[in-house]
Every structure is written in structure tokens, then in C-alpha cells.
Ligand binder design. Structure first.
Ligand SMILES: *Cc1c(COP(=O)(O)O)cnc(C)c1O
Length: 379
């Protein structure tokens, strides 16, 4: 019997080698706790890399979004504007707080929040005295959103921005890093992201008091007192010092990982760019994407009837993982009935889009297997 070739993943952890040195240090000094020198070190590295003044290392990106919304005083029945085309973790914390998400369509150049649809949502809400408490744009697959236009609108209406940069560490617009535009930026170090701590995240802000408060809330909101004294509801959201050690090692190879992911994109581009009906997402002028995942759109009208499902199933038959683009939140059963502004850009991206294997650790042999399938389907 022929054995199944080993699985090629969409995006798997890629360690650099120095992670174990930091982790060992945590063991040797018995800093096996939330908080400790690795947490401080990772926060410093993140501040330096992103150019944001302050960072809090947390247990996940989702926790970072939850805390940012709490720090902006989001209350039940408040409105929070959120990009529809994203992973559910962007929107879920809005519901943790009992607030109402208002979903916004994408635009075609970045696949992220459409500034025009954002502005019509704000106008409609403010006309009904439903002033939104926050705007949550996302940098999907590492492509920066139209942050200059989004910040202009946000500032004009006085609404704070929480940038979901979970997939975009290393991406920038004209040298300004994703995560540094809004009042808050959030990062994720989940196992599938461009760098990982196995699980973890961070909250970024130039507002020192806000980050202090985030650290306070993330460690069970203990008031200064010899006994346990609480005047706020707290959370257990801090990153462990052991995992932060992995993060410190990963930060040393982040730029290399960005290079490797971008090389994957170029490789796919060479393979696919001239095929009828297949398109990749170019960077708008001045935009730099970390290319966390390489994604394609498949237009069956131009590809001779081949759809993204044809390609996905052909890859799967060879034990190669690929995945449709995020299903927009306004199409998800759990968010049914919440307001939505825009057209059908996000819907069409979901319908025709596919994420291809994009790990920074893809081997030449794995690439040959992927290329063989793609050529046999669409070549
Ligand atoms: C991964 C991800 C998150 C959540 O991060 P976790 O660390 O997994 O909680 C949020 N938003 C987006 C866009 C993500 O891709």
C-alpha cells in the first residue's frame, strides 16, 4: 500500500533556535509564573520593533481586544464598528461586553475595511445619537488596511481606533508599522501566526496610563493593599514568563520570517500570475505586507470553470492544507441581525478566495508538491 505523503500545513510554528535559551533561563531562575524578566524583555522588543511607546504581553490576541474595549469603556448596548471580513476573534469581545457590532464591508485594494462604508455607518449611527465607541479595522493576511483614510475619518468624528494587527506584525505603510496607527494595536502570537509563543498576544498603545491599567486588569485587578482588595472586575490575561521566552527568541528572527513569507508570495506569483482567472493581491503604493498568508482569487468565468473549491479539493487529495478566505462576520449565524454597511466585496472574496500554504518553513520538496497540484489543475 502506498503511504500518504506527510501533511503540508497552511502555516505552522517555525522556531529560530534561541527560544530555548530564554525558556531555560526562566526555569533556571524559577520564573515559571505570569510576569517576569522574559515578559519585560518581550514587551521591550515589541515596543522597539513597532515604534509604539508601551506594550503589555497577554495570554492571547483576543484578550488584548477585550481589554482595549474595556479601556475604551464599552458598555452593554454601545456600538462598536468592526471590519466584517475577519476571524471571529475580532468581533467576539464586542459581544463579551454586550455591545452591538456594526459590520463594514471590505474594499478591493487591501481586502480590509472600506473607508467609504465606514463613513456612511458613522453618519447613520450619529444621526440616531448612537455615537460608536470604537472602530476595529483589521490587517488581513498581513496586508495593511487603508489606515491613513480610516484614521482621518476616525479623528474627524472623534472615535478611537483599535487596530487588529494579529496577522500583520512586520507590515507597514511607508515605514509606519501596523499596530501603531490607532489608540490601541493588538498582536497575536498564536501557533499559526508569523511568530508564535504557542499562544499569546499583546496590547500596544502610546498611552502609558492605559497600558498600566491593562496590566492591572489582566492580573485580577488587585488594589495596592497587603490583603487582596478589589474595586474592579479583573481578568487573568497576562502572558506567562515561560512563553514570553519563546517570544523573545522569535522576535530575533521576525525580519527573516517576513522575508521568507514574502518569498513564498513571489514564488506563487511566478507560478500563477499568468494563468487566466487567477489573481494575487498586489501591494498598493507605499504599502508593505508581511504576506503572512499568500491568497488567491479564482474567477471561474475566466478560468474555464475552475473554482477555488476545485483547487482546494485537489490540494487536499495530496494532503496539502488550504482554506477559503475568512467568511465575513455579517454572514455568520452567530452575528445574524447586527447592522452591516457596504456592498458585496467581502462576500465575493469569501466566495472566490483561497489561502495557500505559506509557512516560512516550507521546504523545496513541499513546494514541488504544491506546484505539481496547481499545474495539474490549472496549468
Ligand atoms: C489570530 C487572530 C486573532 C486572535 O488572536 P488569538 O491570539 O488567537 O486570540 C484576532 N484577530 C485576527 C484577525 C486573527 O487572525
Amino acid at each position: 500500500m502506498k503511504t500518504q505523503p506527510s501533511r503540508i500545513w497552511l502555516s505552522s510554528p517555525h522556531l529560530g533556535g534561541t527560544e530555548q535559551i530564554f525558556v531555560k533561563e526562566a526555569f533556571d531562575t524559577n520564573w515559571v509564573a505570569p510576569l517576569g524578566p522574559n515578559v519585560d524583555g518581550l514587551e521591550r522588543a515589541l515596543q522597539q520593533y513597532t515604534g509604539v511607546g508601551h506594550a503589555a504581553a497577554l495570554s492571547s490576541g483576543t484578550a488584548a481586544i477585550h481589554l482595549a474595549l474595556i479601556l475604551l469603556d464599552v458598555q452593554p448596548n454601545d456600538y462598536v464598528i468592526c471590519q466584517s471580513m475577519t476571524f471571529s476573534a475580532t468581533a467576539n469581545p464586542i459581544r463579551y461586553l454586550g455591545a452591538t457590532p456594526v459590520f463594514i464591508d471590505s474594499e478591493k485594494d487591501t481586502w480590509n475595511m472600506c473607508p467609504a462604508a465606514l463613513e456612511s455607518a458613522i453618519k447613520m449611527l450619529t444621526a440616531k445619537s448612537q455615537h460608536p465607541k470604537a472602530i476595529l479595522p483589521v490587517h488581513l493576511y498581513g496586508m495593511p488596511a487603508q489606515m491613513n483614510a480610516i484614521m482621518d475619518i476616525a479623528n474627524q468624528y472623534g472615535i478611537p481606533v483599535i487596530e487588529d494587527a494579529a496577522e500583520a506584525l512586520g507590515s507597514h505603510i511607508g515605514g509606519r508599522m501596523c499596530g501603531s496607527f490607532g489608540q490601541f494595536g493588538i498582536l497575536s502570537f498564536n501557533g499559526n501566526k508569523i511568530i508564535t509563543t504557542s499562544g499569546g498576544g499583546a496590547l500596544l498603545s502610546n498611552n502609558d496610563a492605559m497600558i498600566q491599567k491593562a496590566r492591572f486588569l489582566a492580573t485580577q485587578a488587585r488594589d495596592p493593599a497587603p490583603h487582596y482588595q478589589h474595586s474592579h472586575i479583573g481578568y487573568n490575561y497576562r502572558m506567562s514568563n515561560v512563553l514570553a521566552g519563546i517570544g523573545r527568541g522569535q522576535m530575533q528572527v521576525l525580519d527573516l520570517r517576513v522575508e521568507q513569507r514574502r518569498a513564498n508570495y513571489s514564488w506563487y506569483q511566478g507560478l500563477l500570475a499568468n494563468l487566466p482567472g487567477i489573481s494575487l493581491l498586489p501591494e498598493p503604493q507605499g504599502f508593505f505586507a508581511n504576506r503572512w498568508l499568500t491568497t488567491i482569487l479564482v474567477d471561474p468565468k475566466k478560468s474555464g470553470g475552475i473554482t477555488r473549491e476545485t483547487i482546494r479539493l485537489a490540494l487536499e487529495a495530496q494532503n496539502i492544507e488550504s482554506r477559503p478566505l475568512w467568511k465575513p462576520m455579517h454572514m455568520q449565524p452567530v452575528f445574524e441581525g447586527f447592522p452591516y454597511f457596504g456592498g458585496t466585496v467581502a462576500e465575493q472574496l469569501f466566495e472566490n478566495g483561497l489561502c495557500l500554504p505559506s509557512g516560512s518553513n516550507l521546504t523545496d520538496e513541499e513546494k514541488e508538491r504544491i506546484a505539481a497540484v496547481l499545474k495539474s489543475v490549472i496549468g
